[in-house]
Each structure stands twice: as C-alpha cells, then as structure tokens.
Design a protein around this ligand. Sequence first.
Ligand code: HEC
Ligand code: HEC
Length: 288
Amino acid sequence: MWEKNSVLLLLLATAAIMVGTVITMVLPFAYVNTDRDAIESVVPYSALELAGRDVYIKEGCNNCHSQTVRPLVAEVIRYGDYSKSGEFVYDRPHLWGSRRTGPDLARVGGKYPDQWHYEHMRDPASMAPGTNMPPYDFLDNREVDPELTRRKMEVLGFPYTEEEIRDLEGKTDMDAMVAYLQKLGSDIPWREQERVVAVGELTNPFAGDPAAIAEGLELYDRNCAACHGAGLSGGFAADLSALNYPEEVYFRIIHEGIQPLGMPDFATLGSERIWKIVNYLESEQVEP
Ligand code: HEC
Ligand code: HEC
C-alpha cells in the first residue's frame, strides 16, 4: 500500500500542510493592509499618542484588555461598531489581544472626558468601584523622551513636526497614555450612528413610585456619581441638580450618551433601570 512508502507519505503530508498554510495564512496576508482595506479617515498616531501606545505595551495593559470588536451582536451593542481591518494599518504590532479581564478598548476614545481617564488611571476604583484594575499613578512621575519618540516616528514613517516634538517636553507618561486612549477607535465616525429607542420605552413606568426613586439613587451612585458628583452636586461633569428637563430628555441623554462630549451611553442598563434613574433625577431637581 502507498502509505507504507515513507518517502511518499512524507511528501504528501508536507504538500497537504502547505496547502493549508497557503489558504489560511498567505492569502489573508495578501489582502490585509492593501488599498482595498484602507480607510481615508484613519491617520497615523501623533508623537504624544505614539509615546502613550508604548507605555500601554510596556505596562502590559493588553494582558487584561483586548482591542478588537468582533462582528457579534452582543459586542457591537456593548462596544460599538465592529473593528475593520483598515483601522489597524498603523498598529505595528497590533494589540488585538485575547484576554478580557477588563473591557475591550478598541473604541474607548471619546467615551469619557480626559479628566475621567486621569482619575481612573491614578485610582481605577474611584471611577469604577470594585474594579480589579491596578492603579497607575506612578505614570505621573515619568517623562516622555522627545528624542526617542522622534526616532520612533521616523522608523515607523509617521509624519511629525518640530513643534510637535518640542511640545513633548515636560509631558508625562500619564499625559501620553490619556492621549493614546482618546485616539483609540476615534478615526471612524461610528458614534454618529443613531441608537434606536422604541416608542413604548419613552413612557415612565414608575411615575410617583418612591421605591423606584430609592433604586434610582443606588443606580446613580454606581453609574453616574463618579462624574456628576454625589447627590447631583457636579464633579468634573455637569451639576445635574437644577436642569429641570422634561423626563424623556433625561431618558434619551442616559440612553444615548452625549458624544463627543464624553458622556457615555447607558443603553445596556435597559430601559427600566434608566427610568429609575430618571425618577431619582426628577425627585432631586431644585429651582435654578
Ligand atoms: C488586572 C487587569 C487589568 C489591567 C492590568 C489593566 N486593566 Fe484596565 N480595566 C480592568 C477592568 C476590570 C476594568 C473595568 C472596570 C474599570 O473601569 O476599572 C478596566 C477598565 C479600563 C478602562 C475603562 C474602559 C471602559 O470602557 O470603561 C480603561 C480606559 C482601562 N481599563 C485602561 C487600562 C490601561 C491603559 C491599562 C494599562 C496601563 C490597564 N487598563 C490595565 C482591568 C485591568
Ligand atoms: C464618564 C463621565 C460621565 C458619567 C459616568 C456620566 N456622565 Fe453624564 N455627562 C458627562 C459629560 C462630560 C456631560 C457633558 C456636559 C458636561 O460636561 O457636564 C454629561 C452630561 C449629562 C447630562 C446633561 C447635562 C446638561 O447640562 O444638559 C445629563 C442629564 C447627564 N449627563 C446625566 C447622567 C446620568 C444620569 C449618568 C448615570 C447614568 C451619567 N450622566 C453618567 C459625563 C458623565
């Protein structure tokens, strides 16, 4: 029988593996990063963002965070539009990752104000109670090296100006990190997509229900107080105590967020919880 012929078996096995390799590796590589995938609005990293990217790699953030949104309904609802290959043309190496102890960061840019990131990086639990992300406050004490960053820009072939390099003087690794995080996923205009609110959802199912107000307070403390302060007093985002908006306006703001101002959307809380928060907000409004 032919399989008893070891030389023939070896040749055929090698051929079979080569065919598999060509189909699963060589062909996709021939297509990735070609003009077909290019997206005009995707631009290279600025000098500060590139410095931040290297801090991200050095600190091993990708051991807990992925940077790619898969084309699955649950992921798209949670993180935003799925990743396109053309978004990664300037990522060398890419940081797609495979671990998600923390959430995916491919689309975190613009989700929060800069100030949120500074506070969260210095003390994650202050913005997300119960998180197991470690603090990175020491990044405040490290400075970006302008000359080193210039050399990296040159090696990667990214455009930069002398002014940009001069501006790196005195910038910390923390500044670079925040700039990098704000760039992630922000090159394509996916946030402009409208989120659909079903008409039925726009009626308050808990009007005048004191239990809903109490639950709304708890939800507020967990989801909103980090930015808007305890008791609506205002933190680094707006004081919410004297807005006196109609209730469906509150609902829409919470459901859709306000981008790119840095108010995240809370659609994933579901409309019942959002209405509880709205009832709490209403119960605390004072005359301006
Ligand atoms: C031990 C795992 C772990 C490591 C290491 C880690 N994180 Fe996180 N990260 C988390 C978890 C869990 C969360 C979710 C709760 C929170 O916001 O803290 C998170 C949340 C975040 C968020 C907010 C995401 C969102 O959409 O709300 C950002 C931004 C972030 N991390 C950046 C970083 C950066 C930058 C580094 C590296 C300097 C890092 N993380 C390292 C676990 C980690
Ligand atoms: C990451 C920080 C952050 C979180 C968390 C957050 N917001 Fe906001 N919110 C903002 C920012 C930024 C704005 C834009 C205006 C400003 O700077 O205050 C805003 C605006 C608003 C406005 C409109 C204010 C106005 O003056 O018209 C409302 C209402 C609001 N948020 C409610 C909420 C509620 C309710 C929650 C919790 C479910 C929440 N926000 C969570 C950052 C945040």
